[in-house]
Design a protein around this ligand. Structure first.
Ligand code: DGY
Length: 311
């Protein structure tokens, strides 16, 4: 019988072409909501998902499932234990997106330092004079502290060294190099002009950055989070931003996504908020689709996937 690959969200054609060339039927879905996915994916042998929750209840509704492919790197929204119990591979595409996420992180660091969003908005509001009271900040010579020195953290360090920043990082598995000094966690908060979060969301990291950490940060330092919203205690961040305990924050990820416009973060003027765009580029979406499709083909053909996170 023809194997079926369910895509709750559509992917670039290059990915679908790999799946159809391998002889699979591709089912492009109409939405990410639980009940829709359960219905549309009922006969799927493979599913390719974004950052939506994918728990055992959904897996149960897809009894033929052999592989859950994450179109991206973080797999915190997938119940890995349940997938493993059911003999389902979970695969991801870590190599495809690290450069794009690092580029976006650097873009957000520069944008918040130069008040790009507020200044651009001022033009549209016929307020050329905004700039007078709101000078930007230079980044050269400043210190950036990176939490989590995996693929993405390393690329951020490389790119920011080019802008003349000193790079320190905390990661229990990393070693200092010519351009990066590995320090303890407290030091990252105390010494950095920019604290950048590149950690996976896991029990040890969820809500691990809150008031204690914001109190350690300098009053003129910025926080940049491109990883997961739930790593931060958001209410503590809002308080730190309101009290000007830190200078500002650039956030691409939130505890609740989409971020409701009524969220207290939206009312602040010392934030740059973007809708989880770090890997959302034409080139990266194609690379992720290709890597995910190849691993789906491997599993459905009875081979080992190259990027399994659970087996
Ligand atoms: C991922 O793939 O986990 C990232 O959050 C995308 O930005």
């Amino acid at each position: 019988m023809t194997k079926k690959v369910y895509l709750p969200d559509d992917i670039p054609a290059v990915g679908k072409d790999i799946l159809t060339a391998a002889g699979f039927e591709v089912i492009v879905g109409t939405g990410r909501q639980r009940e829709i996915m359960k219905k549309e994916g009922a006969e799927a042998n493979a599913v390719l998902i974004g950052t939506q929750t994918f728990d055992e209840d959904i897996m149960r509704a897809m009894p033929n499932l052999q592989v859950i492919a994450r179109n991206g790197v973080g797999y915190d929204a997938v119940d890995i234990a349940a997938a493993t119990r059911r003999g389902i591979y979970v695969v991801n595409t870590p190599k495809a997106l690290s450069s794009s996420v690092a580029e976006t992180a650097v873009a957000e660091l520069l944008a918040i330092s130069k008040n790009l969003y507020q200044n651009a908005k001022a033009i549209h509001e016929d307020n050329w004079g905004y700039r007078k009271q709101h000078p930007g900040r230079d980044v050269a010579g400043k210190t950036v502290g990176i939490l989590g020195f995996g693929r993405i953290g390393q690329q951020v360090a490389e790119k920011l060294s080019g802008f003349g920043l000193h790079v320190i990082a905390f990661d229990p598995f990393a070693k200092s190099t010519d351009t990066v000094t590995i320090v303890d966690r407290e030091m990252v908060f105390k010494k950095s002009d920019y604290v950048m979060i590149h950690l996976p969301a896991m029990p040890e990291t969820i809500h691990s950055i809150g008031k204690t950490e914001f109190d350690m940060m300098k009053n003129d330092a910025y926080l940049i989070n491109m990883a997961r919203g739930n790593i931060i205690v958001t209410s503590d961040l809002v308080a730190a931003l309101k009290n000007h305990d830190i200078a500002g924050a650039a956030l691409d990820v939130f505890e609740e996504e989409p971020l409701p416009v009524s969220d207290p973060l939206v009312a602040l003027d010392n934030v740059l908020l973007t809708p989880h765009i770090a890997s959302n580029t034409v080139e990266t979406k194609e690379r992720m689709a290709i890597d995910a499709a190849h691993d789906i083909v491997r599993v459905l053909m009875g081979d080992q996937p190259v990027s399994s996170v659970n087996q």
